[in-house]
Design a protein around this ligand. Structure first.
Ligand code: ATP
Ligand code: MG
Ligand code: MG
Ligand code: MG
Length: 561
């Protein structure tokens, strides 16, 4: 490829609106341009890298038996209404209407669409298991599109969906996909960890996120320094029971574990993520455990949302549900109905004489329970997230934290979609069963940005060879010099003949400009044709190490091997 006519609009200065390295470097290296917030144009260099990542993804998925297809981006609302996600997705779903006023969405993910296809296409266990994937543009109206390709509103995702008759079959594919992901992320040159993740509201159970380690990552990973344990911090909870009089760490009784789990579930249902500083306290009311103290981040707006949470969570505690309805007004939580419970919320802080005490410190939010009948605050459960230095959950080593970028996720969905959409097959006995499903995503465009976060230096990108836009950058330092121009042309054609993927900088620019651009673009090998062209000598330089040697043109092919 001749650079003179290649669309690589490099920039000298760091763009002011880009705060992370990958975003800055992709703009500066002429790879991308922003078209709208979170919406990017992939220029030819980026397109080439994306294509490399995609072909690695394709190879590894096909190797485990996945078949490629393409599902539409325009989804009729009816499909999303079948699973209830038309409402649940909220503002992240980009909605539109056609000329007849029918509702549509732009696909943020494709469980509904693929399930509707398989529901009609497969009727018997004999056709299972099935694993299909696509690589496609996804649309999500992210609240905070940012960091360039790391969080876009339009981005490229590889999504795969598998269908099974048995749990064992689902498990087998899930494991195979997990292994394929390990190979994919290793091949593209990423340092990553697979972490236990939160299955959220999707009704699934097992799930792992693949995290590329990077300071700019929006997730915190808690991992053990001496075992393979690693979890997304939001999942890495440690539970500690504190009695009223003294703090003792002790194993939880199963009732309390259940209570803790349902509290966590309640917080999840309300989409109120457990952040590092959240504490959940359980208060004993008669024989029932009710929730109830949550400590939020040090932000008052979070405290406000706690009140909302209290109001709702009291009705979603499952096993320990309190049947009454509650209303919240100006920090007061009052039980409605003919009960003697009077509950009010106040800002309170754990005090010296007990854990519930009025306080003006708005750091914690408590519900104080005032009963006409006897109430004993027996103990509270401190469900806090693990902290660095804690022993680890699997009994080995201590917990360390790292930041990560979620580049992929594997997920056992179970039968949530097939149940709600009535997608079933006939088993060996002729009985109808819902498909068991798995889904598997990789953020392709985000992966490209993550690679740059891990592979760059002060001068620019340092591409791992497997995903580099070109293998070799050929530079003519002075294209007006005839000897240099002639030798460069000769080298260019012989490299191409040998199968090298070459970007040839034949521009009438100064050598300094060419070197700077070459460093910025980051192609692994650089061959410069300069002053020694008359003797047939070239300079060969390795981008990652900075090593360089002079090579005679006759020895170039051999040296490059
Ligand atoms: P996140 O937690 O970062 O919002 P997610 O869990 O919502 O991501 P999934 O639904 O698991 O994302 O989608 C599969 C993959 O798609 C993710 O693992 C991620 O790599 C990628 N991805 C998700 N959202 C975006 C986005 N806004 N921009 C770029 N890639 C994304
Ligand atoms: Mg998301
Ligand atoms: Mg996520
Ligand atoms: Mg995810």
């Amino acid at each position: 490829m001749r650079q003179k006519t290649f669309l690589v609009p490099t920039l000298r200065d760091v763009p002011s609106d880009a705060d992370v390295i990958s975003h800055q470097l992709m703009l500066r290296a002429g790879m991308i341009r922003q078209t709208a917030a979170g919406v990017y144009t992939y220029l030819p260099l980026a397109k080439r890298v994306i294509a490399k990542v995609e072909s690695i993804v394709r190879e590894e998925l096909e190797a485990v038996g996945a078949q490629e297809l393409t599902l539409p981006s325009l989804h009729p609302a009816e499909l999303w209404q079948e699973t209830g996600r038309w409402d649940k997705m909220g503002d992240e779903l980009i909605r539109l209407q056609d000329r007849h006023g029918r509702d549509f969405a732009l696909g943020p993910t494709h469980e509904e669409v693929i399930t509707s296809i398989i529901r009609d296409a497969i009727g018997s266990y004999k056709k299972l298991p099935l694993n299909v994937f696509q690589i496609q543009t996804k649309f999500r109206d992210e609240r905070r599109p940012r960091f360039g390709l790391l969080r876009g509103r339009e981005f490229i995702m590889k999504d795969a969906y598998s269908f099974h008759d048995t749990e064992e079959s689902l498990d087998e594919t899930y494991q195979a996909m997990y292994k394929a992901y390990e190979r994919i992320f290793t091949r593209v040159g990423l340092t990553f960890r697979a972490v236990i993740a939160d299955s959220g509201a999707m009704g699934g159970k097992d799930t792992f996120e693949f995290m590329a380690l990077a300071e700019v990552g929006e997730d915190t990973i808690a991992y053990s320094d001496s075992s393979s344990y690693a979890a997304n911090l939001e999942m890495a909870t440690s539970v500690r029971v504190t009695t009223r009089s003294e703090e003792t760490s002790q194993p939880l009784s199963s009732a309390k574990v259940n209570a803790a789990a349902s509290i966590q579930e309640a917080a999840q249902q309300l989409e109120w993520p457990l952040s590092r500083t959240v504490q959940v306290l359980a208060v004993k009311i008669d024989e029932e455990l009710a929730l109830l103290l949550l400590r939020a981040d040090h932000e008052l707006n979070e405290i406000k949302s706690l009140h909302e949470l209290h109001a709702k969570s009291l009705t979603v505690l499952g096993e320990h549900e309190i049947k009454e309805q509650f209303k919240v007004e100006a920090g007061q939580l009052t039980a409605l109905g003919n009960t003697s419970l009077k509950i009010y919320a106040d800002y309170a802080l754990e005090g010296q004489s007990g854990f519930l005490m009025n306080s003006s410190t708005a750091d914690e939010c408590a519900i104080q329970v005032d009963l006409n009948r006897d109430l004993t605050i027996e103990s509270y459960v401190d469900l806090r997230l693990v902290q660095e230095g804690d022993p680890s959950p699997d009994g080995e080593g201590t917990i360390q934290f790292a930041r990560g970028i979620e580049i992929g996720q594997v997920f056992k969905l179970g039968t949530f979609y097939s149940d709600s959409m009535g997608a079933s097959f006939l088993d060996q006995n002729g009985r109808a069963n819902p498909f068991k499903m798995g889904c598997y995503g990789i953020g392709v465009s985000r992966t490209v940005a993550a690679i740059i976060e891990q592979h760059h230096d002060d001068n620019g990108i340092v591409w791992p060879i497997a995903v580099a836009p070109f293998q070799l950058h050929l530079l003519t330092l002075n294209s007006k010099n005839e000897e240099q121009a002639t030798l460069s042309e000769q080298v260019y054609s012989s490299l191409k003949k040998d199968g090298w993927d070459v970007l040839y900088d034949d521009r009438p620019e100064r050598a300094g400009v060419k070197f700077k651009d070459a460093d910025l673009i980051g192609i692994p090998l650089r061959v410069s044709v300069g002053k020694r062209a008359d003797e047939g000598f070239l300079e060969l330089k390795v981008r990652s190490t900075g090593e360089s040697i002079d090579v005679h043109v006759d020895d170039l092919a051999e040296t490059l091997q």
